[in-house]
Design a protein. Structure first.
Length: 264
């Protein structure tokens, strides 16, 4: 087991998360025995498929990266033929939200806080004009913004793209360093703009957004049939304090699949 040294202190929604991931990826691929595939996980992900099945899915899928993504555009016109999910990255509201978060130009003016007795900034709104965006951001018409779920799986070819010290990567890291929750767009934008890289718009994660909130449902025993039927490699989120019964049931199912593959 290896760790990034010196370590990087991260904060939720900050560029430090993406920087820590990049250094961990650099460390992983610094050895000649680096893996063919890597998986970007959180502490809330749990494996729900046998390792052999996971590798077969990845190879058979023909992609270099499996990452949930969609182009972040303005204006966004919902497709009448698509049944959008609620409160998720597939909702009608997410693309406009992401455009304001990652592409639009925020307008701030100097101000003064009487309560805090110090200078501050006053937020006036956003500029969404395509002409202004092309001038003041990396998104000049050739480079496009993409976003979605942060968690993904990719191969060494995709890792090389993410780690490249290219002008595009430097521009994007500088741009997203000032944005909120950049890991929901930075990786997607780098990978989806790379010519010749095969990027699949799915990430083999089972996530239930049916709760109608900005957070996915905590999964329990009643969700296991749908999890296994989904073909997902990992599921999230679980209650880490009270989910041991669920984890035991998943482990048992995965172990049976592994044993069955050995017999076959």
């Amino acid at each position: 087991m290896r760790f990034v040294q010196p370590h990087i202190v991260t904060g939720w929604g900050q560029i430090s998360v993406a920087l820590a991931f990049r250094e961990a990826l650099r460390l992983l691929y610094s050895n000649q025995d680096a893996p063919d595939w890597f998986v970007y996980l959180s502490g809330s992900d749990y494996p729900v498929r046998a390792p052999g099945d996971v590798l077969r899915d990845l190879e058979a899928g023909g992609a270099d990266a499996y990452i949930d993504h969609r182009q972040v555009v303005h204006p966004f016109v919902p497709d009448q033929n698509v049944q959008y999910a609620e409160s998720s990255f597939c909702s009608k509201e997410w693309v406009p939200l992401a455009y304001g978060r990652y592409v639009a130009i925020p307008l701030w003016v100097p101000g003064f806080s009487l309560a805090r007795r110090k200078r501050t900034k006053i937020y006036l709104g956003q500029l969404r004009s395509e002409r202004v965006v092309r001038w003041l951001t990396p998104f000049d018409g050739n480079l496009r913004c993409y976003g979605g779920e942060a968690w993904f799986t990719a191969n060494r070819r995709a890792a090389k793209v993410l780690l490249a010290d290219s002008e595009t990567n430097r521009k994007l890291h500088k741009h997203f360093a000032r944005k909120f929750i950049p890991d929901e767009a930075l990786y997607h934008t780098i990978l989806c703009n790379q010519p010749g890289l095969r990027v699949a718009p799915m990430n083999y994660r089972y996530i239930d957004w049916s709760g109608g909130t900005h957070h996915p449902k905590l999964l329990g025993m009643e969700d296991l049939p749908r999890i296994f039927e989904s073909g997902a490699h990992f599921a999230r989120k679980f209650d880490l304090d009270s989910g041991q019964q669920v984890f035991d049931a998943i482990d048992e199912a995965v172990n049976r699949a592994v044993a069955g593959a050995r017999v076959g």
